[in-house]
Design a protein around this ligand. Structure first.
Ligand code: PLP
Length: 398
């Protein structure tokens, strides 16, 4: 098949204030000095891509730039709703209700708001661990606490311990469940059975689910995302978060969709959440959902090929590493515990020894020791260079 988009191009992000390249030290090492780096840095960590945004997005932003006023902007004309709803109907067979749709300057700010609206001091939020680090930042505030139910990774595929999860949600102080679907960092797309079991347990215990589906468009080719709310159409106890940010590499444009079916919660949200959006972000999101489909389909092929290449390199060179090509996401979750002593800081190790910026498993709240998360959304030769450095680093670890 003829390719229309070119993902092999290396794009230098220096000088753009990119978190991936220029902000890693503070994010990963806090106020400790980061190690010095032996060679040119390969950023393989934060979940954005080293690829140009789709032409459909850039065209839409250029059209918006032709109008010279960038004042306060809302979603008054419903264009994003129509574009997003068409996307959801075509891609997941699921329709969005206009009145449920709220916009947010990202999924993360939405998580903060929902915790504030739902929890009192002493309340708890539950999630499955390992988990995306911001879940803990959003939950552990104002006397609220994050609790976890650990995924078992025996065959390096995450399994939910439903007895443990049931015990957690039975605690009357647990008010919220942060579900990550597909799951960061393991890349697992939960099955309909698993989703329904989780939703039943939350429903029976009056626990609100925030279904963070920000990675929902990045399933392996042929996979189809199942929004939790599609499986539970009448459940007002589910807030769904989606965004064009991961799908089309637009995280800096700060536009996310939050679907809140419960009327009281929606009213409370409207009373407290900052309601305006970035006009370029809005234009970009509409352009992406209206015309970005063909780009995404080719991107998915490219990511699939990158993951196959990584899998082969690991199998051949690090036979004790555990890795499964994830169902979704461009994040590879790799167990290296056979090669390193417990407690080894793998973020530090791979940066200092190899110049590869990646996230060690301990960045994912808990239950990730000994693993690394490698972002493969980059030109394949960058991925191969990073994997080769990682392999070499493991071989010479002593
Ligand atoms: C599970 C999950 N939720 C949310 C986000 C960030 O969303 P946003 O950029 O829309 O705030 C990320 C980014 O990595 C993520 O992995």
């Amino acid at each position: 098949m003829m390719r229309r988009f070119y993902f092999d191009r290396a794009i230098d992000r220096r000088g753009t204030n990119a978190l991936a390249l220029e902000g890693y030290a503070e994010y990963l090492f806090g106020n400790k000095p980061p190690p010095s780096v032996p060679n040119e840095l390969l950023p393989m960590w934060v979940a954005d891509m080293q690829f140009a945004a789709p032409p459909a997005v850039i065209d839409a932003m250029q059209a918006r730039l032709a109008h010279p006023i960038f004042g306060y902007t809302g979603h008054f004309d419903d264009t994003l709703f129509h574009a997003f709803n068409r996307w959801c109907e075509t891609r997941y067979g699921w329709s969005v209700v206009r009145e449920h749709l709220q916009l947010s300057l990202g999924v993360i700010p939405a998580l903060y708001t929902i915790v504030d609206l739902v929890c009192q001091p002493g309340d708890k939020v539950v999630t499955l661990s390992p988990a995306y680090g911001y879940f803990s930042k959003a939950a552990n505030r104002n006397g609220v606490k994050l609790v976890t139910s650990r995924l078992s990774m025996d065959d390096w595929y995450p399994r939910i311990d439903f007895d443990d999860f049931a015990a957690k949600v039975r605690d009357p102080r647990v008010r919220l469940f942060f579900l990550c679907h597909p799951h960061n960092p393991t890349g697992c797309a939960w099955s309909a059975d698993e989703l329904i079991k989780l939703a039943d347990l939350c429903h029976d215990n009056d626990v609100l689910i925030v279904s963070d589906e920000v990675h929902c468009d990045l399933l392996r080719q042929g996979g189809v995302h199942q929004p939790l709310s599609k499986l539970r159409p009448n459940d007002t106890n589910i807030v769904t978060c989606m965004a064009p940010s991961k799908t089309f590499n637009l995280a800096g444009l700060m536009t996310a969709m939050v679907l809140i079916p419960d009327e009281r919660l929606r009213r409370a949200w409207r009373d407290s959440h900052y309601p305006f959006v970035n006009p370029l972000g809005l234009a970009a999101a509409v352009g992406a959902y209206d015309n970005g489909g063909p780009w995404l389909d080719e991107l998915r092929d490219y990511l699939d090929a990158n993951l196959v290449a990584l899998d082969e390199l690991l199998r051949t060179n690090l036979p004790l590493a555990r890795f499964r090509i994830p169902d979704a996401t461009y994040l590879a979750w790799i167990d290296l515990s056979a090669y390193f002593p417990e407690g080894c800081n793998l973020t530090q190790f791979f940066l200092a020894r190899c110049g590869v910026v990646l996230e060690g498993g301990d960045m994912f709240i808990e239950n990730g020791q000994g693993a690394i998360r490698l972002n493969v959304a980059c030109p394949q030769n960058q991925l191969i260079a990073a994997a080769s450095r990682i392999i070499e680093g493991v071989r010479r670890r002593d």
